[in-house]
Design a protein around this ligand. Structure first.
Ligand SMILES: [Ca+2]
Ligand SMILES: [Ca+2]
Ligand SMILES: [Ca+2]
Ligand SMILES: [Ca+2]
Ligand SMILES: [Zn+2]
Length: 645
């Protein structure tokens, strides 16, 4: 099928450009300058390597993406994929004992999906410690999550050896951090005026047989797709200028025929002539509906079943989701996950198709509710809880919505995979307040009007890109129009750079708290005393010094964890037995044992709750050192050597 391909510049002309072969050649090049800038250096090509043609959009160089000093870390700007990748590489050079960098997959356009492991390599392997996974940028436009992930990693690395709690965390635990879950989508957002939620996989969002045929246009070239109005004269429109704002920015909606202006919605052109503007932009699949737990298709045959928009052809159909899934399944020691979005703001988790009480084990819900409450305290977000009920009823009825209010299901949602399938603590927090700006609430009614916000911003922030004054521009079919209004990227969906650091830091501090809660097994003591016949009795006491059990109830149910074990590794010349049990080890006939060979005797001990201790005793015969190990799927490994006389 032939696709509609266009470039729309500041003069609003539509030009068809197809780079079929060039797209494939460019697909392997990750750099925006080398791979995705058009031949004239002024366009950004979307979808290279994945389509019969590519779309091109004017390349935008946002001030919000500029570092204060190139090469230096700051959180007063947003990081492109290229800059973030450079920072990850820099960390491996700066902190070689703490950081490993690797790719966990390739995006649709061929970008490496970079991830780092943070742990002190000198205190043990990353797989032998309790682990947390954190990522940002899954929803392309929700780029604040990228920043909160970078902030979190940067905080751990720069405070290691200075802050005792951070040092302990990096010594005893492992963090897997992936700033860019969806580098293709984020790059479109970072380098063009387009907004999107998905990757660049073409998708027919309005079901008219054409894919991605009507994206927004930045008609005046300010870098953003804002709002359009047209002056039509008194008594002909549906809006008037609100006189309360002396600068004339705010529009008041009135019944048609009572206004001077016509409000025309989103800035752009009806590219396919279907009467709607900007109705089918780049992509449309939702990586956050593509998980295998409780997945539902986008269409079904009965019209009486359940469907989920954006779900993809099948669970894990998207390489970006598969990269998360396959890494996690091969790293079952990950017990805590944070996968970041914008903008509610909310400490958000599963379940997404039922109330918490219906599908979270009561024992597990105690921990989730504790973390919810701590999250509110640390971040100041107004809401915490599950997606199905608390998210969909937030803001209704104040702090305590009507308990009989219905919930709203989301299928194939990450947190449900995280808890119900993967058996972990899984949050998908929402950063940033979406421009609600409660600090601007001048009359104390609990919300800020546009006027209150603009007055506050005029006084406190001089960033004129947050609200664009109505600006005349020409429209190919509507003639002269005006564009203006709120900034869709660095206000509505993400904070402006001036406000970014506070949000990134608060979110990171909650995630550090979560990492500190992970189960952590420990040998409290390993003591010996003489037993009968010259043998030695070895008594090992173990505990869990974390804030979570070594297995959630759900983790036991789905068998993602094995029982915790206490093991003793000893020489083949030594025998080890439990009281009343036959001895194992040497002396059972056959060839004389090799004195250098080691043997393991292991004992399952169930699982350890926080602070719980368990004791295992053995009778050991034969002198020499033995190694005691306590090992847990999600609580890590602790080892101690004991000398048997
Ligand atoms: Ca379409
Ligand atoms: Ca689309
Ligand atoms: Ca614009
Ligand atoms: Ca259209
Ligand atoms: Zn999101």
């Amino acid at each position: 099928m032939k696709r509609v391909v266009k470039i729309v510049g500041s003069v609003a002309v539509t030009v068809a450009v197809v780079w079929a072969a060039a797209a494939r050649a460019g697909a392997q090049q990750a750099s925006v300058t080398a791979g995705q800038t058009g031949p004239d250096g002024k366009t950004y090509r979307v979808g290279g390597g994945t389509r019969d043609g590519v779309s091109a959009f004017p390349l935008v160089k946002y001030d919000q993406m500029k570092p204060l000093v190139p090469g230096q870390m700051d959180f007063k700007h947003f990081h492109t994929y290229e800059e973030a990748s450079d920072i990850l590489r820099m960390w491996t050079r700066q902190y070689p004992d703490l950081v490993d960098l690797y790719s966990v997959g390739r995006s649709l356009e061929g970008r490496e999906i970079w991830q780092i492991t943070i742990t002190n390599k000198k205190t043990g392997r990353h797989t032998d410690k309790p682990a947390m996974f954190i990522e940002g940028g899954r929803h392309a436009g929700e780029i604040s999550g990228i920043e909160a992930t970078l902030y979190f990693a940067n905080h751990l690395l720069t405070n290691y050896g200075k802050d005792a709690a951070v040092t302990k965390l990096v010594d005893t635990k492992t963090v897997y951090a992936k700033p860019h879950n969806n580098p293709d989508g984020a790059s479109v957002y970072h380098y063009t005026a387009q907004g999107l939620r998905s990757t660049v996989r073409p998708y027919d969002s309005d079901n008219d047989g054409l894919t991605d045929e009507d994206s927004g246009e930045d008609l005046d070239g300010d870098g953003f797709v804002r709002q359009m109005r047209k002056y039509v004269g008194p008594g002909k429109g549906n809006a008037n200028v609100d006189k309360a704002d002396p600068k004339g920015r705010i529009m008041q909606n009135v019944p048609m025929g009572q206004g001077e202006y016509l409000m025309l919605g989103s800035e752009g052109v009806d590219n396919d002539g279907d009467g709607r503007v900007n109705e089918d932009g780049i992509g449309g699949l939702d990586l956050h509906r593509n998980y295998p737990e409780n997945w539902r298709p986008m269409t079904e045959e009965t019209s009486r079943g359940q469907t989920q928009g954006g779900a993809g052809e099948y669970p894990l159909s998207e390489p970006e989701t598969m990269a998360v899934f396959s890494f996690l399944m091969r790293h079952p020691h990950i017990g805590v996950v944070q996968s970041l979005d914008t903008s509610v703001p909310m400490i958000l988790r599963g379940p997404s198709t039922s109330k918490s009480e219906e599908s979270v084990f009561p024992e597990d819900l105690v921990y989730l509710k504790k973390f919810d409450a701590e999250g509110i305290k640390i971040t100041g977000y107004p809401w915490a809880g599950d997606t199905y009920w608390q998210y969909s009823n937030r803001g209704r009825g104040g702090a305590a919505p009507n308990p009989d209010a219905p919930g709203s299901p989301l299928f194939g949602h990450g947190p449900d995979f995280g808890y119900l399938y993967y058996g972990a603590i899984w949050y998908g927090n929402e950063i940033w307040d979406g421009g609600r700006l409660l600090e601007a609430d001048a009359n104390g009614d609990g919300q800020s009007t546009d006027l209150e916000k603009l007055m506050w911003l005029d006084k406190n922030l001089k960033d004129t890109s947050i609200y664009q004054m109505w600006t005349k521009t020409s429209h190919p079919t509507l003639g002269e129009v005006e564009v203006g209004g709120w900034n869709p990227k660095f206000w509505s969906q993400n904070p402006p750079p001036e406000m970014l650091e506070k949000w990134a830091r608060n979110e990171a501090l909650f995630n550090i708290y979560l990492a500190q809660q992970m189960a952590q097994v420990k040998i409290v003591s390993a003591t010996t005393k003489p037993a009968a016949d010259g043998a030695t009795e070895l008594t090992v006491v173990v505990t869990n010094e974390g804030g979570l059990p070594t297995a959630l109830e759900i983790a036991k149910r789905v068998k993602i964890v094995q029982e915790d074990i206490v093991a003793i590794d000893h020489a083949a010349t030594q025998t080890v037995s439990r009281a009343g049990a036959p001895s194992v080890g040497a002396g059972r006939g056959g060839a004389a044992p090799d004195p250098s060979a080691r043997r393991r005797t292991a004992e399952g001990i169930g699982w350890l709750k926080p602070g719980e201790t368990k004791t295992v005793s053995w009778v050991v015969r034969g002198a020499g050192p033995v190694t005691v190990t306590v090992g847990s799927t999600r609580g890590g490994v602790a080892i101690q050597t004991v000398e048997i006389k």
